[in-house]
Design a protein around this ligand. Structure first.
Ligand code: C2E
Ligand code: CA
Ligand code: CA
Ligand code: CA
Length: 281
């Protein structure tokens, strides 16, 4: 299918969903990734994070895409896992961090003090140089360190707990915010969670999306909100797709919500329209 698309470059191709979702890119496509990174085909979309009590947008999550000239807009699932295997994820994280901070600085210059969240990978957490890169990027863009959030999953941190804990502590010392992403999908113990120097828990969207039709999901989300409160952590619910879920989250005392029902990820030039629509609700 890929070579057929390639032989007809005049046809505007869109992501067909036929690329393997597990990131096993064809060797050819994988070999294009470094050049894609150098030529600005790796782009960011931003999804708003909303304070549940006030309805204000307080931050955005940067989500990477590959704007491929033939195959269209590729989701992270189509290339991030392969980039993690080959190590290309390190330059990708650096580029994402750089762009996300440049955008945060632009927003700030516009009078919008929005935090920006960036997703990390295992290799970032295993690299003792990474915290220094973050510090330099913050300085380069003149962004207040408290406005940067770095997201890690429990399972990422468990690949090599001692090494990642050192990196996480160095990052925490910088004054950036750390959050546990996809919370509830890993196998880490509460004892381990308590050792992570994080300020936020992001409840995995599978539980939040299940709330409308599944009482077990409601129970999981409710007890996670309670657990977080007891540990002094802020809870972010991902995957909020409807008002009923948003109201239930508000009643539980969940602080922050993110999801298609509030705003989808959009390119930077459309974000402020999405923010205004959310705040007019
Ligand atoms: P994630 O960090 O859990 O990001 C949230 C994903 O959930 C995004 O998918 C977002 O579009 C989707 N989402 C948000 N709200 C809803 C909703 O209401 N319903 C549903 N069904 N989905 C929702 P996306 O952009 O495809 O990203 C997928 C994953 O790729 C991310 O999951 C993250 O693990 C990874 N990723 C994205 N950007 C980066 C990056 O810059 N670096 C690294 N290492 N990984 C990234
Ligand atoms: Ca995330
Ligand atoms: Ca997540
Ligand atoms: Ca994830």
């Amino acid at each position: 299918a890929l070579s057929a698309a390639r032989s007809r470059p005049d046809r505007v191709a869109r992501y067909s969903g036929r690329l393997p979702a597990d990131g096993t890119l064809t060797p050819h496509l994988m070999s294009e990734l470094p050049a894609a990174l150098a030529s600005d085909q790796i782009v960011l979309h931003y999804q708003p994070q909303v304070a549940v009590d006030t309805g204000q947008v307080i931050g955005v999550e940067a989500l990477v895409r590959w704007q491929h000239p033939v195959h269209g807009l590729l989701p992270p699932a189509a290339f991030i896992p392969a980039a993690e295997r080959t190590g290309l994820i390190r330059p990708i994280t650096r580029a994402v961090l750089d762009r996300a901070l440049a955008y945060a600085a632009d927003l700030h210059a516009d009078g919008r003090r929005l935090a920006v969240s960036v997703n990390l990978s295992v290799r970032d957490l295993l690299d003792a140089q990474f915290p220094q890169e973050v510090e330099q990027a913050l300085a380069r863009h003149g962004v207040d360190r408290s406005l940067l959030e770095l997201e890690v999953t429990e399972s990422m941190a468990m690949v090599d707990p001692n090494r990642s804990l050192r990196v996480l502590h160095d990052l925490a010392e910088l004054g950036v915010r750390l959050s546990v992403d996809d919370y509830g999908t890993g196998y880490s113990s509460l004892a381990y969670l308590q050792r992570l120097p994080v300020q936020r828990l992001k409840i995995d969207r599978s539980f939040v999306m299940g709330m409308v039709h599944d009482s077990a999901s409601v129970a999981i989300v409710r007890s996670t909100v309670e657990l977080a409160r007891n540990l002094g952590l802020t809870v972010v619910a991902e995957g909020v797709e409807d008002d009923a879920t948003l109201l239930a989250l508000r009643d539980m005392g969940c602080a922050v919500a993110q999801g298609f029902g509030l705003g989808r990820p959009v390119p930077a030039d459309r974000l402020l329209d999405v923010v205004d629509a959310i705040e007019r609700r």
